[in-house]
Design a protein around this ligand. Structure first.
Ligand SMILES: [Zn+2]
Length: 229
């Protein structure tokens, strides 16, 4: 079996005596497997994958979110996701400052040789936080304008059961740090959801009506987030 990489997605390619091309996304890590007819050229396979790219990324994130509670050990070779895309984790011994860098399809954590799992987790968490902080202000500004409400402040933290919360009294919003692992539209959905709470407190039909109006595709995005609100 051949391994190819198309648009940052690693694909197992198997050529067989078959008529049609088959593409499968496999659990638990969402790896992509293609069975292609013997006569199929690399060009045709590349074109096929490109045309299915959005679908592949969506399926991968669905499959992975079903298996999210895989606990990372923060060692080289593990899969980590950023904005719904999968990367391979590499731990590199740092002699200077600890840091995280994303290069190609690798997430590299530079940390002391004797760093603990918790220390590495924290470094990646800080990187996730920065990634969210680079997006949230723009999303808030845009959606506050669209919806006609304003929040007072936001913060980011790890939450076990929610993707976001909105304090209606203080108008402060809290985002789950793990949103940085999900496709960008998931963060946008949570922004819209929490801001709509400033119009309607509970998840009733009025709330859903606002969601339908502002973000018609919200139901499918919510599904991707395991239905958790
Ligand atoms: Zn809610």
């Amino acid at each position: 079996m051949k391994q190819i990489v198309i648009h940052n997605i690693r694909i197992e390619l198997e050529k067989k005596r078959i008529k049609n091309m088959y593409l499968r996304i496999l659990p638990p890590d969402g790896r992509v497997h293609i069975s292609a007819p013997l006569r199929m050229s690399d060009d045709e396979i590349h074109g096929f994958v490109t045309s299915k790219l959005d679908w592949i990324i969506m399926q991968q994130s669905k499959i992975r979110s079903r298996h999210t509670n895989q606990v990372l050990q923060y060692v080289t070779g593990e899969e980590v996701t950023i904005w719904g895309r999968s990367y391979t984790l590499r731990i590199v011994e740092a002699f200077g400052r600890n840091k995280v860098e994303v290069i190609g399809d690798e997430v590299i954590i530079f940390s002391k040789a004797d760093s603990t799992k918790e220390q590495r987790e924290k470094l990646l968490g800080q990187w996730y936080k920065k990634a969210l902080e680079a997006e949230i202000p723009y999303l808030l500004a845009r959606w506050e304008r669209n919806i006609g409400v304003s929040s007072s402040s936001y913060r980011i933290q790890n939450m076990k059961t929610r993707w976001g919360t909105c304090n209606i009294r203080t108008k402060g919003i809290c985002f789950n740090l793990q949103l940085a692992t999900k496709p960008p539209k998931c963060l946008e959905y949570v922004v819209v959801h929490e801001l709509v709470h400033l119009l309607e407190r509970s998840h009733n039909s009025i709330f859903k009506g606002y969601m339908d109006r502002f973000l018609p595709e919200w139901r499918s995005i919510k599904k991707e987030l395991n239905g958790m609100e």
